[in-house]
Design a protein around this ligand. Structure first.
Ligand code: PRP
Length: 211
């Protein structure tokens, strides 16, 4: 069996549809229950439903052979896995954002709220700006509104969350999309299973994906 770590949520649903469309169906996944493991002996796949930010951990440690994870998580956690394919799904950007009338005071250390500590540190190091990181786990947009930080480094997809909180993109740091990753040992020892999946996914994406 090929063990696949799927991120729970909308991205996972889209990726599952993509895998289903190239022959890796597992109908039980549509059961509306709290089950986290779904297997299909016929197609030889076992899906694990995993918190999106944990996918690379399962794959790096070999608990899953392959997985689907956002590039943001890969950049932030620097997981030791093979990144095999850009699935061109879950597209968004990691950005610096701040209040609409924001003017940066270059005399002061910049206070940056984010859950992407490494991405933020890397970006500000590259532009030689001294910062203080305020690590948050969600609702990052609240930080500049409440004066907890000057700016945020966060995911922007549609831009709706920023708009509705009177914030704006100040700088785009990096574009993000979902990646197909593999455990390094599994890529070697389960290559006869992983390669066909990779080839089929690549062909499907090249022909326009699910559109
Ligand atoms: C993410 C991100 C933004 C929002 C961006 O939050 O942190 O808040 O999506 O999407 P938009 O540009 O389409 O509005 P998520 O929903 O993952 O929740 P979080 O607050 O826990 O980070």
């Amino acid at each position: 069996m090929l063990n696949i770590a799927l991120p729970k949520g909308r991205l996972g649903d889209q990726v599952y549809e993509l895998l289903d469309s190239v022959g890796y169906a597992c109908r039980d996944i549509y059961l509306d229950n709290r089950q986290l493991v779904f297997a299909n002996e016929q197609t030889g796949v076992r899906y694990f439903l995993v918190k999106p930010s944990d996918v690379a951990i399962y794959v790096e440690h070999g608990a899953a052979d392959v997985g689907i994870v956002g590039k943001d998580i890969l950049l932030e956690n620097r997981a030791d896995v093979y990144e095999l394919l850009d699935l061109l799904l879950g597209k968004c950007r990691v950005c610096v954002a701040g209040p609409q009338n924001y003017r940066e005071d270059m005399e002061r250390r910049l206070r940056v709220a984010t859950k992407f500590v490494n991405i933020a540190k890397g970006y500000y190091a590259s532009v030689n700006r001294e910062i203080e990181i305020i690590k948050l786990n969600g609702s990052i947009e609240l930080a500049p509104i409440l004066g907890l930080s000057d700016v945020i480094v966060d995911i922007v997809e549609s831009g709706k969350t920023l708009r509705e909180n009177n914030l704006q993109v100040l700088t785009e740091i990096v574009p993000i999309s979902a990646r197909f990753i593999a455990n390094k040992a599994a890529y070697k020892f389960k290559n006869t299973e992983i390669e066909p999946m990779l080839t089929k996914l690549a062909a499907k994406i090249k022909s326009g994906g699910l559109e």
